[in-house]
Design a protein around this ligand. Structure first.
Ligand code: ADP
Ligand code: MG
Length: 562
């Protein structure tokens, strides 16, 4: 039973460890944030499990995290009295990476330290970041509720293998001992560790405790006292006026495991019919698995300050899956489960309030910081485009947040809003015109644009795969109809003069025979052949019927085997 066993890391772990150690050198202090974060998660999980079974507290109900160091031994030790792990947990959690898409992520890494550190930051390094500063890591742990003899000792030097053996461990929870690399000895220092805890973990919900530094010469032999080095109040529970930007940013890094600051955030306490607090963040950069259906998403759920679950996906729609944050409800029961969340009217109401909150936050960003909004759009625009189909009731708000390429600049950058377009509309122009195509270049050279060019009317250029599908759900904005220029009869409103109309009628009459012949030649491949004033240079173009599927949509359906 107590025999030591040597096991190999999963291949992905080996790769990640190797890459991480080489590309995160300049970010290496984040190891402490990650480990404190895990300790805090473990305390949260214990408190949650103890709701059902309070014997799990054993005789140690004060949840806290200890941080110690030993200059001479060159070690840093982090101890929590959280949920702990059994042997299987340890092998699974500290030997593999369970996330789907990991292999693809690893393939994206280039060896360029700067680029890779960003990517790894987006991936989240977690426990393995210990090896950035340590050349040997030991973990001692025992799962809450299991006997002292069920303790586990894990040890690794981070190059390929780890050992695992059973040990006696009376204390519940997990202790991590970092044997620091020579060049990382600066971390075995009280001042350094304190300032890192303040910087990264000030507002986690649990106290981080260290031994007080004794400065008193006479008192040298006295046992140093414990002192709490962080604020230890969950940030979202404080009033907004008592929180500064730096605190908001560091809390974001704690919950999102991001290296970068968030783009913006919104913190709200709601009382009345609903009673909850939310703190929602928009990240700067998209995670590597934004389009992976199985990727974890959603915000952290607390009920009356008690952590309930990570990735509660019921509180925001899918098209806002990039949002990170916390919701703390006073209305839900502490027994709430994922199943209950799925059809709970309180959850529905919070979801619709949070959705509006996020859309408003983005609207404000677009107005006040257009450059940052553009950055947001470039990262997350395609996801937001799922909005009109998923969320009918907020269609108009979402439409206001969309950005398009346009014939106005003739550039492929998506930076024109529907409001910008409306401002530039010609006198008498009633509709917002757009064209969809496989690529920006194809759209730009389409014969459908000829008449618009002639008349100086702006056309939005849509070339994302999702665009035509989205436009199926977006028929108007600000009372103006959105019109595909390749669809049906073109009615350019008052832009079309009586003379134009007369000309078209006369031409139809004059070329009756020709139109008939073309129709016969094309057989039933077209519905109708008609004279048009849409063209100025090209002899002919194909038009889609008002109610027919567009070209892009057809391709998508064909690709899906329909
Ligand atoms: P993440 O925290 O994103 O899940 P990590 O790499 O940080 O990823 O940790 C992997 C897993 O190891 C955690 O999900 C958790 O199950 C386990 N773990 C890590 N540290 C602790 C700890 N202090 N106590 C209990 N479990 C832990
Ligand atoms: Mg973690």
């Amino acid at each position: 039973e107590t025999q030591k066993e040597t096991l190999g890391f999963q291949t992905e772990v080996k790769q990640l460890l190797h890459l991480m150690i080489h590309s995160l050198y300049s970010n290496r202090e984040i190891f402490l944030r990650e480990l404190v974060s895990n300790a805090s998660d473990a305390e949260d999980k214990l408190r949650f499990a103890a709701l059902k079974d309070d014997s799990l507290f054993e005789d140690d109900p004060d949840l806290k995290i200890r941080l110690d160091y030993d200059k001479d031994a060159n070690t840093v030790t982090l101890t929590d009295n959280g949920i702990g792990m059994n042997r299987d947990d340890v092998i699974q959690n500290l030997g593999t990476i369970a996330r789907s898409g990991t292999a693809e992520f690893l393939n994206q890494l280039t060896g360029d330290e700067k680029k890779d550190s960003k990517l790894i930051g987006q991936f989240g390094v977690g426990f393995y970041s210990a090896f950035i500063v340590a050349d040997r890591v030991e973990v001692f742990t025992r799962r809450a509720g299991e006997p002292a003899g069920e303790g586990v000792h894990w040890e690794s030097t981070g190059d390929g293998e780890f050992t695992i053996e059973s040990v006696d461990r009376p204390a519940r929870g997990t202790q991590i001992v970092l044997h620091l690399k020579q060049e990382a000895s600066e971390f075995a220092d009280g001042y350094r560790l304190r300032s890192l805890v303040k910087k990264y973990s000030d507002h986690i919900s649990f106290p981080v405790v260290m031994k007080a530094e004794s400065s008193d010469e006479d008192d040298k032999d006295a046992e140093p006292k414990d002192e709490t080095v962080n604020e230890a109040t969950a940030l979202w529970t404080l009033p907004r006026t008592e929180i500064d930007d730096e605190e908001y940013k560091s809390f974001y890094k704690h919950i999102a495991h991001d290296f970068e600051d968030p783009l913006t955030w919104s913190h709200n306490k709601v009382e009345g019919k609903l009673d909850y607090t939310s703190l929602l963040y928009i990240p700067k950069r998209a995670p590597f698995d934004l389009y992976n259906r199985d990727a974890p998403r959603g915000i952290k759920l607390y009920v009356q300050r008690v952590f309930i679950m990570d990735h509660a996906e019921q509180f925001l729609p899918l098209y806002l899956r990039f949002v990170k944050g916390v919701v703390d409800s006073n209305d839900l029961s502490l027994n709430v489960s994922r199943e209950i969340l799925q059809n709970d009217s309180t959850v529905e109401n919070i979801k619709s309030a949070l959705t509006k909150r996020v859309l408003d936050m983005l609207g404000k960003l677009a107005k006040k910081e257009p450059e940052n909004y553009q950055g947001f759009w470039d990262e997350f625009g395609t996801v937001l485009k799922e909005g009109p189909a998923e969320d009918f009731s907020n269609r108009e708000k979402i439409a206001g947040l969309l950005r398009f390429a346009s014939t106005h600049s003739g550039e492929p950058t998506e930076n024109v809003s529907l409001a910008d377009y409306i401002e530039r509309m010609k006198d008498g122009q009633k509709k917002i015109y757009y064209i969809t195509a496989d690529s920006f270049t194809a759209a730009k050279s389409s014969p459908h644009l000829e008449v618009f060019r002639k008349k100086g009317i702006e056309v939005l250029i849509l070339s994302d795969r999702i665009d035509e599908w989205m436009m199926g759900y977006l028929t108007e904005f600000d009372g103006k109809q959105l019109q595909d220029v390749a669809r049906g009869e073109l009615d350019l409103g008052e832009e079309e003069t009586e003379e134009d109309k007369k000309h078209q009628e006369e031409a139809t009459e004059a070329h009756k025979g020709l139109l008939e012949r073309i129709k016969t030649a094309l057989d039933d491949r077209v519905q109708e052949v008609r004279v048009t004033n849409r063209l100025t240079e090209s002899p002919a173009c194909l038009v889609v019927g008002d109610y027919d599927m567009g070209a892009q949509m057809k391709k998508i359906m064909e690709a899906a085997g329909q």
